[in-house]
Design a protein around this ligand. Sequence first.
Ligand SMILES: [Zn+2]
Length: 101
Amino acid sequence: MSRPKVIELKEAPKVRVLGQFRCTGEGNMTQFKSAPCGSLLEITSDTVYKTTHHSLDFSIEHFSTFMCPVCGYETDFPLPADVHMYQLPLKKDYLNKVVSS
Ligand SMILES: [Zn+2]
């Protein structure tokens, strides 16, 4: 069976590889009693979200974060220079998406 070749998929989510990062729990070490597993993960643009930290001086900092599929730890990691924090979904939106897909 032949089907038309897709030249450009409309509104296709542009998923790209952001890099390989290790599960270290960086920036998020307090949520579990056991240690992060240390797995090396390929992080793509659809597997990250931003977390928000409120500082004592009331400033708000955003961090790009992924959740390890093995141990569930969250790890903060540096975004490539051409990916902006505002492009990342909030954690709650990311989790909603993961649950519904
Ligand atoms: Zn892990």
